[in-house]
Design a protein around this ligand. Structure first.
Ligand SMILES: Cc1cc2nc3c(=O)[nH]c(=O)nc-3n(C[C@H](O)[C@H](O)[C@H](O)COP(=O)(O)OP(=O)(O)OC[C@H]3O[C@@H](n4cnc5c(N)ncnc54)[C@H](O)[C@@H]3O)c2cc1C
Ligand code: SF4
Length: 486
């Protein structure tokens, strides 16, 4: 174990962020570079040999947290990295982007601030990359079996890496021009710099995974052709169909889905544009939706130089402490101040948009809203609370309803959907079509990176079993697992 008195001697300290006035002028990650490593050994020492590490259950990947905390405390970074990679293909993604349900389940968190698990995770992996410990793991022999993975988000990448390392010949098909899924084109650079994806892709290429960008399965290659070419298929196409807001004025210019707005900004960082074709510069911006995607729009609008940024959320403001129906070790819905919120803007809760108002040229100018409250379990407008706020750019960040069905992928493969509209699968992550598997948001519905990686790993085991009759690959989750937590 780490230092038996660590949690008594040291308080919780987290990664420091750069001053707001500095960081909104650039797109780099918000953290002070190098600030974590000097404190991380002490932070890891707070892990207290609790006996039953609930953090294991809090983490969908089952990360071996006390083991790598111990190595981090002893500054044995190589051993820490080995333990971390035993359960997680891409800790540099989760260490930056995971909401850390493990920390909500930390036993120390019952009566003290929990261990900074996520910060320890990212320190271990950054150190491993810097020291050259992350090397390609090339399979010793090839199975002669081929697998196509559709989609290059975290689920597709995790499945592809596991299957390549198991000796299968894997090709990842991605309709976008670059690899990474929402890691690449949803999540802004200031939350995760894309160099982290690029170096993983290089590792995967060196291991033997092939990548094909700009190819949409269903349109550019049909399902039958893919099935003829490959012994198995993993559909990791995400849940990219965005929920819309069909209120009067929705068709005015300047109202966009978040996933129309954010990718263009990321493309500026990739060097494809000088300025984004949809920019917040000088505009009053309203973001509809109070989740992570909404926060990413807020941070992006700040950096583009918005005149004002307002975020609307239809639900009431969450509390700052756990309440009775969200006890430890569950992941509570708490009021969150993300780095984007620290940077400014206003948040309005219990607000429902009634309609948009535009100018004579058809550009949106105002958003009309009403306050809402729960009446007999239903959100109901509060009479007399209608008002309008300036809105020259509106982004819709209200969640996603399922996998894209316009390209024919679901229909051509003949895939059945479950009651929630996601691609149905059995305990091995196999769809109703033998040899066709599903992983990530496409099967689970809109979720998190940590779940996508866990799904990719688990689906890889299903594929390996299908191809070989047995598998040594791990399966951290079952398709029906819902968190303790998120
Ligand atoms: C803006 C935003 C911010 C987020 N922030 C966070 C966060 O901070 N932390 C967190 O844990 N989660 C976050 N999430 C959620 C997280 O990104 C997703 O849960 C995760 O990326 C799902 O992974 P996936 O591999 O299943 O799908 P995706 O990442 O969506 O990847 C699917 C890929 O499949 C491709 N594709 C689809 N159809 C085809 C086809 N027919 N042929 C070829 N390619 C195809 C798509 O182009 C896409 O690249 C965020 C989501 C959004 C939208
Ligand atoms: S992946 Fe997420 S839940 Fe798992 S240990 Fe890392 S931060 Fe915690």
């Amino acid at each position: 174990m780490a230092d038996p008195k660590g949690f008594l001697n040291h308080g919780r300290e987290v990664a420091r962020t750069r001053p707001v006035e500095e960081r909104v002028k650039d797109w780099n990650e918000v953290y002070v570079p190098g600030s974590l490593l000097p404190i991380i050994s002490k932070q890891a020492s707070r892990c207290m040999d609790c006996g039953i590490p609930f953090c294991h259950n809090g983490c969908p990947l089952g990360n071996l947290i006390p083991e790598w905390n111990d190595y981090a405390y002893r500054e044995d970074w190589s051993a820490a990295s080995e333990r971390l990679h035993a359960t997680n293909n891409f800790p540099e993604f989760t260490g930056r982007l995971c909401p850390a349900p493990c920390e909500s389940a930390c036993v120390l968190g019952i009566n003290q601030p929990p261990v900074t698990i996520k910060n320890v995770e990212v320190s271990i992996i950054d150190k491993a990359w810097d020291s050259g410990d992350v090397r390609p793991q090339i399979p010793e022999r090839l199975s002669g079996k081929t697998v196509a993975v559709i989609g290059s988000g975290p689920a597709g990448l995790a499945a592809a890496q596991q299957l390549t390392r198991a000796g299968h010949t894997v090709a990842v098909y991605e309709r976008a021009d670059r690899i990474g899924g929402l890691l690449r084109y949803g999540i802004p650079e200031f939350k995760m710099e894309k160099r982290h994806i690029n170096r993983r892709i290089e590792q995967m290429r060196a291991e033997g995974t092939k990548f094909r960008t700009g190819v949409e399965i269903g349109r550019d290659i049909d399902a039958a052709a893919l099935r003829r070419r490959y012994d198995a298929v993993v559909v990791a196409a995400g849940a990219t169909t965005a929920r819309d807001l069909p209120v009067p004025g929705r068709d005015l210019k300047g109202i966009h889905q978040a996933m129309e707005y954010l990718p263009l900004s990321n493309k500026v960082q990739e060097g494809d544009y000088v300025t984004s074709p949809i920019s917040a510069k000088g505009k009053h911006v309203v973001v509809i939706g109070g989740g992570d995607t909404g926060a990413d729009c807020v941070g992006t609008a700040h950096r583009q130089g918005a005149a004002s940024v307002t975020q609307l959320e239809i639900m009431p403001r969450p509390g700052e402490e756990r309440n009775a129906n969200q006890p430890w070790p569950t992941f509570p819905m708490l009021y969150k101040v993300t780095s984007a919120h620290e940077e400014g803007g206003e948040r309005i809760y219990s607000a429902s948009t009634t309609h948009f108002e535009g100018d004579e040229d058809g550009n949106v100018q105002w958003l009309h809203l009403t306050e809402v409250e729960f009446v007999e379990g239903r959100l109901t407008p509060k009479p007399g609370t209608e008002r309008r706020i300036p809105a020259q750019l509106v982004t819709l960040a209200m969640g996603f309803t399922g996998t894209d069905q316009d390209n024919g992928l679901v229909e051509q493969f003949g895939l059945e959907l479950d009651a929630r509209g996601n691609i149905a699968r059995d305990a091995d992550f196999q769809t109703n079509v033998p040899g066709v598997f599903v992983a990530g948001d496409a099967g689970r519905g809109q979720s998190l990176i940590v779940w996508a990686i866990a799904e990719g790993r688990s689906a890889a085991r299903g594929v390996d079993r299908f191809l070989n009759g047995a598998s040594d690959l791990p399966a951290p989750i079952r398709p029906t697992d819902r968190a303790l937590t998120v």
